[in-house]
Design a protein around this ligand. Structure first.
Ligand code: GDD
Length: 326
């Protein structure tokens, strides 16, 4: 039985990845931070097969202890401050966790990982690294130009992963994932914020939602499809870096329109207020990925179309809001 150690286990991707690996027969160990972490309690009841171990990307000894305890074959580093807007307000923390955290985990792997059974490592890199994009669509060779403390820290983590692969021969892969969503997405991200608001407005529970830049364009896929790519990367003969994306760009405006229409609301503009608080000091205007390398080498392709993703998120939010009313 293979063992996977996952940081960021309580997040959207951590949960989908844990389910995917468990279905493949893996022993899944998740790293949880903090004391009496409420997300850890929710995880223990939602995904009871996950073994939990304490640890923090800001604390090297705790990462060494988590590796020694779990003795993993594969480590997936999904832990991060993942909300780009927050990274502007907590830039130092973001650099520490999202940037130096990768270096700490790689050092811990170097210290603990045995020669006979070398640990394979996956780093959650991000399309935010492309920032002010130099070309469209973006691929593995597109120059990086981050536009936020989040993006800058992810660039450090990405280069560090490549560097440890080249310096020490670690089986270290970096997945450059474009935006990926699901009903498990946090309410702070624009997609879930919108699907949740559309559901609540349709049910008469609120009248409007405050949003920022509606013109930003993103390449939105389904998180459940993207975690399959993470696993595939670690099953190859050679470690490498891969862009994971759908290749389709939509604006926030299009997302809002579709989500409201799925909730049965045609006059969405009446319910959306533009609030400067949700604009960022520097914006990433357009992200759209070229995942042809992943198609070719990994045999990976996204399965869920954009329209299905949006309507399933709205349906989920309608159901939970109705349940609250009952
Ligand atoms: N969150 C949010 N809230 N974003 C808004 C809002 C709002 O009210 N209004 C407009 N937006 C715009 C943002 O300015 C941004 O251009 C876009 O919607 C998407 O924002 P998010 O959903 O917060 O995601 P993100 O693109 O910044 O970052 C996500 O994707 C990255 C991959 O490209 C996160 O998941 C990152 O962790 C991930 O690396």
């Amino acid at each position: 039985m293979s063992t996977a150690l996952i940081t960021g286990i309580t997040g959207q991707d951590g949960q989908y990845l844990a389910e995917t690996l468990h279905a493949k027969g893996y022993r899944v160990v998740g790293v949880v931070t903090g004391q009496r972490n409420p997300h850890a309690d929710a995880l223990a009841s939602g995904l009871p097969f996950v073994e939990l171990v304490g640890g923090d990307l800001a604390d090297l000894p705790s990462l060494i202890a988590a590796l020694e305890y779990s003795q993993p074959d594969e480590v997936y580093n999904l832990g991060a401050i993942s909300y780009v807007a927050l990274s502007f307000k907590q830039a130092e923390l973001t650099a520490n966790v999202n940037g130096l955290g990768v270096l700490r985990l790689l050092e811990a792997i170097r210290l603990v990982g045995g020669q006979d059974n070398p640990i394979r490592f996956y780093q959650a890199s991000s399309s935010e690294m492309f920032g002010k994009v130099r070309e469209t669509p973006q691929n593995e060779l597109t120059p990086l130009h981050p536009r936020s403390p989040y993006g800058s820290a992810k660039v450090f983590g990405h280069h560090t992963t490549v560097n440890y692969r080249e310096s020490y021969g670690l089986f270290a892969c970096s997945g450059i994932l474009f935006n990926h969503e699901s009903p498990r997405r946090g309410l702070e991200f624009v997609t879930r914020k919108v699907t949740n608001a559309a559901a609540r407005i349709a049910l008469g529970l609120q009248d409007e939602v405050a949003l920022g830049n509606l013109e930003a364009k993103r390449d939105w896929g389904f998180a459940g499809d993207y975690v399959r790519a993470m696993h595939l990367m670690l099953q190859q003969d050679e470690p490498d870096d891969f862009v994971i994306a759908t290749g389709e760009a939509r604006s926030v405006r299009e997302f809002v329109q579709l989500a409201f229409s799925a909730a049965g609301i045609d006059d969405w503009e009446r319910h959306v207020r533009i609030d400067p608080r949700f604009f960022r000091p520097a914006e990433v205007d357009l992200l759209v990925g070229d995942a042809s390398k992943a198609h070719r080498v990994l045999g990976w392709a996204p399965q869920m179309p954009f329209e299905t993703l949006v309507t399933s998120m709205v349906a989920h939010d309608l159901e939970i809001e109705r349940r609250k009313l009952a």
